[in-house]
Design a protein around this ligand. Structure first.
Ligand code: CP
Ligand code: NVA
Length: 309
């Protein structure tokens, strides 16, 4: 496994399988009340330029449960690249802590942190990628279906950071992934091209289309995310118009497989990208998915931070 987790390209399919097993074990231990202080004495710095509920709380609670500690740094605390250079921030942090989680606007910022820091850097979401989310999502599917290879995932919405990491994850692990987005909201062509190349070796299929009904037909998983991501607040009105017809609603659920799983990385805007009765309905696994942020990220922390002096 690479030292950093900046995108899913840092992991092999074997690494991902290893993380599934480790996350399942950590989840069972927590459920049984068995202590697991695998990162006793370790400290994680968490740099957040954007808001977060799930990522922040799961990494912080995860470190506590592993016997370590997390330090949360708000944008006003650190102001990467403004108060001091990214390089200097990295070269300070690496002297004190055992790992860094960073949620930044620019993806380059996390790449640069990883380039400078001699401790592991984990991407907690950038404008380009959200790798830990997709590892948690894949783990959730692995738990529910016993496998991920061959599953048909229809992502209905924006070709955004979550979609980019899904393209990489699906390509790596051999899923059949279709994005249905409005014209003009396709994924970044570089990310798509790289994922397509990886898909040829894994046997995955990847497709981008503009018809949500065609994408949803027969799908094992219906996945969605907000139409306006953090940082795109001023585009919200236009996006609300452009994404009409792309809501995951009862009509799409009926077109999908009869046992379709409905997923959403959350936070959800009910009545926009997902209908209230769908997120609350029998196919929805969004809170199991959210729970697994904790278990999978603990597995990631143990693999990246464990065993370091
Ligand atoms: N899904 C997710 O990353 O949630 P937060 O933005 O609340 O961390
Ligand atoms: N695409 C969303 C994901 C939030 C977890 C955003 O970047 O805001």
């Amino acid at each position: 496994m690479n030292r950093h987790l900046v995108t899913l390209d840092d992991l092999t399919p074997h690494d991902v399988e290893t993380l599934f097993e480790a996350a399942a074990e950590l989840k069972a231990k927590r459920r049984q009340g068995v202590l697991h202080p695998l990162l006793s004495g370790k400290t994680l710095a968490m740099i957040f330029e954007k808001p977060s509920l799930r990522t922040r709380v799961t990494f912080e609670a995860g470190m506590t449960q592993l016997g370590g500690h997390a330090v949360y740094l708000t944008p006003t605390d650190i102001r990467l690249g403004e108060r001091e250079t990214v390089q200097d921030a990295a070269r300070n942090l690496e002297r004190w802590v055992d790992g860094i989680v960073a949620r930044t606007f620019s993806h380059q910022m996390v790449e640069r942190l990883a380039g400078y820091a001699r401790v592991p850097v984990i991407n907690g979401l950038t404008d380009r990628h959200h790798p830990v989310q997709i590892l948690c999502d894949l783990f959730t599917l692995w738990e529910k279906r016993g496998r991920v290879r061959g599953l048909r995932v229809a992502f209905i919405g924006d070709g955004n950071n979550v979609c980019h990491s899904w393209l990489e994850g699906a390509a790596k692990m051999g899923l059949n992934f279709t994005l249905a987005c409005p014209k003009g909201y396709e994924p970044n062509p570089e990310v798509l091209t790289r994922a397509m190349a990886e898909a040829t070796t894994s046997g995955a299929t990847l497709a981008v289309m503009h018809d949500p009904e065609v994408a949803a037909r027969g799908a094992d998983v219906l996945y969605t995310d907000v139409w306006a991501s953090m940082g795109q607040e001023d585009e919200r009105a236009r996006r609300l118009r452009d994404f009409q017809g792309f809501q995951v609603d009862g009509r799409l659920v009926r077109l999908a497989a009869s046992d379709v799983l409905v997923m959403h990385c959350l936070p959800a805007h009910r009545g926009e990208e997902i209908a209230d009765d769908v997120i609350e309905g029998p196919h929805s696994i969004v809170f199991d998915e959210a729970e697994n942020r904790l278990h999978m990220q603990k597995a990631i922390l143990v693999h990246l931070l464990g065993g370091r002096g």
